[in-house]
Design a protein around this ligand. Structure first.
Ligand code: NAG
Ligand code: NAG
Ligand code: NAG
Ligand code: NAG
Ligand code: NAG
Ligand code: NAG
Ligand code: NAG
Ligand code: NAG
Length: 624
């Protein structure tokens, strides 16, 4: 009975019994090696977790040997053969875009870029009048790479409209090099740019530089996006009378880094507005470097800047420096419910006749070097004053719902038959990839000190998504373990076996939530069973990391209880899932700002915190 229950929580393909000796299976494939390794290292005969074995390298014995040879002896050829390697080994790689001078007809309405399969490397140059519109430009794509070079360059009175640009994409890497440069009049509109995207890397270089009286707007820019980077280098430089506006910039996004460099530099009479910049965000990082410097008669206003956000960091360097008769205003700056840090260096310095207004400034007193004259703070919120603490706390409570997804963390007492609770989205949103054979991994560099070599192999250009992906994951892997944590990044199932058995011994079993049903809705808890008799135990949890090949971040933390809970539809009471949850009994080393405490209240060491094991993640325990 016990075994049956246990088996029920894992999903295995019946076809999986391709153990040794089964007819047709070449014993030299990476997968055959893995099966032998598993059988040798793991002392029980429980069925192998098929969701994990599905990620084993699909390379044939011959392909594996050939790529091993390149990795070991000739990395230049490996890099030259990257797309072949990526296709055969099922890795995450971005297509290499080469510039083209492909011609497109004028005044077209593109309904769906991905469907049309167009390649825009030089679009709309020198156009006179007319309008182009893109509806649903690469929406819903996975690993979308777009590269517009010279879009509407030197055009006159031309209108470009992007209705929904890359909405709901996964890991998009998009760059516009030269958008509307030297254009005159006209109108560039993005209604919805990269909203709901996951790990975006967005880059505009030379956006409307040297343009004349052209109006460019973004209505929704990267709203609700998750982790990523946005960068505008040189925005509206030397422009004349340009009106640039962002209505909702990064609203509701999670851990985004945004930077504007040389925004409106030496422009003339520009009018830049951000109606809502980074509002409602979680841990945003915003950098404005040289924003409106030496601009003449510009009006720059932020109506609402980082309102209701959680922590984060802002950095304004040389904001409006040496500008002339500029009007720089923030109506509501950083009224966060959890303070972040703001740094203004050279704000309105040496500017002449400007009015710099903060109607409400809700961040600390970290201003350095700002023009003492002509800068007004209509209402300066001192976040340590008791009244402000109370009001922010009250607002914080309201916003908590948003910052931490409902059901993402819960108390152990919720794991009882009959309890109704929200379930977060447990779907794996990362691109599908496979592990590489362990032998090939052993020949590839993996360390921040070898980042240049890795960038070369995986064609990670400067500031590209791939470069960010490599660096972020390496940093996470090289981070020192927290107190009582044992951690390792594993790039093969064999390494995962080694790490898990080193912590738990050889009689181990893998648990994961059976499917993703119940996500984003309410669920009713059915029968609950504690793993290892419901006693405090040890486990090794492994979470997927984003990397060109499959990589897991595994760690062991002491003092956990692991549960298997039947999940029921709250209305029909039908069984829809078998959930696996882990409860951390010792949270004393967690940070006070941890999402769990934002969601559940309380603080480090005061409560236990439980969460579900998400799709394609897992926890290993000693077998019952
Ligand atoms: C792929 O690698 C082989 C060496 O194994 C090399 O001869 C070949 O030129 C490479 N392909 C490309 C496109 O460079
Ligand atoms: C874009 O066009 C160029 C030349 O026409 C071609 O080499 C390249 O592969 C195309 N890129 C994509 C992503 O289709
Ligand atoms: C594109 O759409 C606009 C407005 O919807 C329409 O006026 C124009 O005629 C269309 N252009 C073409 C080439 O279909
Ligand atoms: C385009 O986007 C709109 C709004 O997001 C959506 O309703 C529509 O179904 C999409 N159309 C296509 C062809 O994807
Ligand atoms: C821009 O357009 C003008 C007028 O059509 C032309 O004289 C000039 O050479 C163009 N410049 C570039 C860089 O294409
Ligand atoms: C800031 O957020 C609060 C709470 O959502 C809202 O009531 C207020 O109107 C916002 N302020 C601005 C200027 O958007
Ligand atoms: C902010 O308020 C605290 C507590 O009332 C006070 O000690 C501190 O001096 C104030 N800081 C400023 C910059 O006004
Ligand atoms: C879940 O239940 C709560 C309380 O009954 C309700 O407010 C909420 O709308 C429900 N959520 C969903 C997604 O049905």
């Amino acid at each position: 009975m016990l075994l049956l229950l246990l088996f029920a929580t894992l999903h295995y393909a019946p076809s999986f019994n391709v153990a040794l000796g089964v007819a047709g299976e070449n014993p030299f494939t990476p997968k055959a090696y893995l099966i032998r390794y598993w059988n040798k290292q793991i002392s029980n005969n429980f069925p192998k977790p098929s969701f994990l074995f599905d990620k084993a390298s699909p390379l044939t014995a011959a392909q594996s040997a050939a790529f091993y040879k390149l990795a070991a002896t000739d990395r230049n050829s490996l890099s030259a053969n990257l797309s072949d390697f990526c296709n055969k080994a099922n890795l995450l790689c971005f297509p290499d875009l080469s510039p083209s001078l492909e011609k497109h007809n004028d005044n077209v309405n593109f309904t769906s870029y991905l469907l049309d399969g167009q390649n825009f490397t030089n679009y709309g140059t020198g156009r006179l009048g007319g309008a182009d519109s893109f509806k649903n430009y690469s929406d819903g794509g996975n690993v979308v790479t777009n590269n517009f070079r010279r879009y509407s360059r030197n055009s006159t009175a031309h209108t470009d409209k992007f209705a929904a640009y890359a909405t709901d994409t996964n890991v998009p890497d998009e760059s516009f090099k030269g958008y509307g440069t030297t254009a005159a009049a006209g109108d560039g509109q993005f209604t919805s740019y990269n909203d709901e995207s996951n790990v975006p890397n967005l880059n505009f270089a030379a956006y409307s530089d040297n343009s004349n009286g052209r109006k460019q707007t973004f209505a929704e820019y990267a709203g609700n996006a998750n982790h990523g980077d946005q960068k505008f280098t040189s925005y509206g430089k030397n422009g004349n009378g340009a009106a640039n506006g962002f209505t909702n910039y990064g609203k509701g996004s999670n851990v985004m880094a945004s930077s504007f460099e040389n925004y409106g530099e030496t422009a003339n009479g520009g009018h830049h507005t951000f109606t809502s910049y980074g509002d409602d965000t979680n841990v945003p990082e915003n950098t404005f470097r040289n924003y409106g410097p030496e601009e003449n008669g510009a009006v720059v206003s932020f109506k609402s800047y980082r309102n209701d956000s959680n922590t984060g960091q802002d950095n304004f360097q040389s904001y409006g420096k040496k500008s002339n008769a500029a009007e720089l205003g923030f109506e509501n700056y950083g009224q966060s419910f959890n303070d972040g840090s703001s740094k203004f260096t050279g704000y309105g310095e040496h500017a002449m006749g400007q009015a710099v207004d903060f109607k409400v400034y809700g961040q600390g007193t970290t201003f350095k070097q700002y023009a003492k004259k002509g800068v007004t703070f209509a209402s300066y919120t001192n976040e340590s004053s008791p009244a402000v603490v109370a009001s922010l706390a009250a607002r914080g409570k309201k916003v908590n719902k948003w910052v931490v997804e409902p059901g993402k963390f819960f108390r152990e007492s919720m794991l009882k038959s009959g309890i109704v609770m929200p379930m977060p989205d447990i779907r794996d949103k990362l691109p599908k990839r496979s592990f590489l054979p362990r032998a090939i991994i052993s020949k590839l560099p993996f360390s921040t000190s070898k980042i240049r070599e890795m960038e070369k192999i995986f064609h990670a250009g400067q500031d590209s998504s791939m470069a960010n992906i490599l660096t972020n994951t390496l940093n996470e892997c090289e981070r020192k373990p927290s107190p009582h944590e044992t951690k390792r990044c594993v790039a093969s199932i064999e390494d995962m076996i080694d790490f898990s058995t080193s912590v738990l011994g050889r009689n181990v079993v893998v648990h994961t939530t059976e499917n993703t049903r119940g996500s984003n809705g309410n669920i009713t808890i059915g029968k609950v069973k504690g793993v290892n008799g419901g006693k405090v135990t040890k486990s090794v949890s492994c979470h997927q990391s984003l990397f060109p090949y499959m990589l897991y971040y595994c760690h062991s933390v002491p003092k956990v209880r692991v549960y298997e809970a039947v999940i029921l539809d709250p209305k029909s009471r039908a069984k829809i899932n078998n959930g696996v949850a882990i409860c951390h009994l010792d949270t004393s080393s967690w940070s006070p700002g941890h999402g769990a405490f934002i969601a559940l209240g309380s603080g480090p060491g005061k409560i236990e915190v439980c969460h579900w094991i998400f799709e394609n993640d897992m926890t290993w325990t000693i077998a019952d």
